[in-house]
Design a protein around this ligand. Structure first.
Ligand SMILES: Cc1cc2nc3c(=O)[nH]c(=O)nc-3n(C[C@H](O)[C@H](O)[C@H](O)COP(=O)(O)OP(=O)(O)OC[C@H]3O[C@@H](n4cnc5c(N)ncnc54)[C@H](O)[C@@H]3O)c2cc1C
Length: 428
């Protein structure tokens, strides 16, 4: 009997630059690709919010559908299930006599805990769970320092990494796959089936982002190749407004950071070095930095006191002030505009995120964890390391104290809206 490998897709919903998939194909005669909607990802949190709101859930459904369609075009399919991976994957292994299970390792505790449970359950069946690390621009083993010695100061991490590490080439996109044959490939759930917040399905989603690998690659192409015209046409654009808006696809792995890097290098060869190319790389380095910091420090980023040692704590109760902030009803016009934008589109840019986060922490005096948890629900590009890492920095409980001290609400306000014409600034 031939070897059959299960490929467990999670936040890696793509065919391009996917080492896990390439390896699984090369080591087996047949492949069973699987995606599992885990109800725990949609649950209520202890912080008066839900883990996934309507906008990101919709984007996730689109991304899974897109992967399914590509696999169907290759003559196969994607098995779509709902439930707990640690129960479903061993059942599949037994039922279809699978040889190994391939997956990408995550860095945050809830995701790694699921991997551990899956690994334990598979171990009882004497089946191996293979781990891959494909989420970062730089591979962990290519960094000029072991994880425990990665500098806490971002500028040092950036300087040394750019000087001493190389970005690996992308893995080739598979053009043919032999699939395990199944009768029932399951169904992608409707949005309302996934959402556990009764209020969420009433919301109007007004996002321009559409999930999926094809959309991601098209958006990247457009940004890199039409960008020059866009910059010339918008000579008034400020530095913080020149953003790629690639984050949602990067977060779900519809797009690989290495693909962004190498496509950007190609564009650079055509158009020369552009400041907005540099901006993307800077962003990707920040993204790597927070992921590696999570690897280094684990759960500290989720704790209200973070890296502080002075017993700092604030209450975690639901208050009118928190509710007003969430709804964009604080009375501070720019904060309110940003929050309303976030609530309807799932996206606001970096400075707008810093502004509303600083407002919650410094002006309202609320516990930052409540804000971070609300961002987790609302952001279309939510990823644990980037969200909780950035929030901890804004709240002054992060690992880089210099960075943590740099957030000032009035300065951010002036920077974002020097003439009081905020509606232009927060357009996404
Ligand atoms: C309070 C707060 C919460 C945040 N939560 C998230 C989150 O959950 N998910 C997320 O992807 N980003 C988060 N960010 C970082 C940043 O705001 C977004 O990545 C960025 O606004 C996405 O827009 P873009 O794709 O146009 O970014 P660009 O400026 O074009 O950057 C390119 C890519 O680099 C990455 N990136 C850029 N800046 C950062 C940063 N500071 N930290 C980590 N990655 C970065 C993103 O993947 C982004 O797509 C947060 C920032 C703050 C202040």
């Amino acid at each position: 009997m031939g070897k059959k490998n299960l490929v467990w897709f999670r936040n890696d919903l793509r065919l391009h630059d996917n080492e896990m998939l390439v390896e699984a194909i090369s080591k087996a005669d047949e492949i069973l690709p699987v995606y599992i909607f885990d109800p725990r990802q949609f649950e209520q949190t202890p912080y008066h919010s839900f883990k996934t709101g309507a906008t990101r859930a919709k984007f996730l459904i689109e991304s899974v559908s897109s992967l399914q369609q590509v696999l169907q075009q290759m003559g196969g399919n994607l098995l779509v299930l709902q439930g707990h991976p640690e129960e479903l994957l061993p059942e599949l292994v037994e039922k279809y006599e699978l040889t190994e299970v391939y997956h990408h390792r995550e860095v945050a505790s809830e995701e790694t805990a699921v991997s551990v449970k899956v690994e334990d359950a598979l171990w009882k069946l004497k089946v191996n769970l293979k781990h891959f690390i494909g989420h970062t621009l730089y591979n962990k083993e290519d960094l000029p320092f072991p994880i425990k010695d990665i500098p806490d100061v971002f500028t040092q991490f950036k300087k040394k990494t750019e000087r001493d590490a190389v970005v690996k080439p992308c893995f080739t996109t598979p053009t043919s796959i032999t699939f395990v044959s199944l009768e029932d490939w399951g169904e992608i759930p409707e949005l309302a089936e996934l959402l556990q917040d009764p209020a969420a399905s009433m919301l109007k989603i007004k996002t321009d982002f559409k999930g999926g690998e094809q959309e991601a690659l098209a958006h990247l192409h457009e940004y890199l190749h039409a960008g020059e015209g866009m910059m010339l046409a918008n000579a008034t654009l400020k530095k913080h407004e020149i953003v790629s808006k690639l984050s949602a696809w990067l977060a779900l792995g519809c797009l690989s950071p290495r693909e962004v890097y190498w496509k950007m290098k190609e564009a650079e060869a055509n158009y020369g070095v552009k400041p907005y190319f540099h901006q993307i790389i800077l962003g990707l380095l920040w993204r790597d930095y927070y992921r590696f910091m999570f690897k280094k420090y684990g759960n500290t980023f989720f704790k209200p006191q973070g890296f502080r040692k002075d017993g700092f704590s604030l209450r975690l109760e639901n208050t009118a002030a928190l509710q007003n902030w969430k709804e964009g009803q604080t009375g501070q016009p720019l904060v309110d505009a940003c929050m309303q934008e976030l609530n309807t589109t799932g996206y606001i840019n970096q400075i707008a995120r810093q502004l509303v986060a600083t407002y919650l922490v410094k002006e309202l005096g609320l516990n930052w964890v409540l804000g971070a948890a609300y961002f987790e629900e609302q952001l279309i590009d939510y990823c644990p390391a980037s969200n909780w890492g950035n929030w901890a920095a804004v709240a002054g409980v992060g690992n880089d104290q210099k960075l943590s001290n740099s957030f000032d609400f009035e300065k951010l306000l002036k920077f974002l809206d020097p003439k009081g014409t905020f509606a232009q600034v927060v357009r996404a």
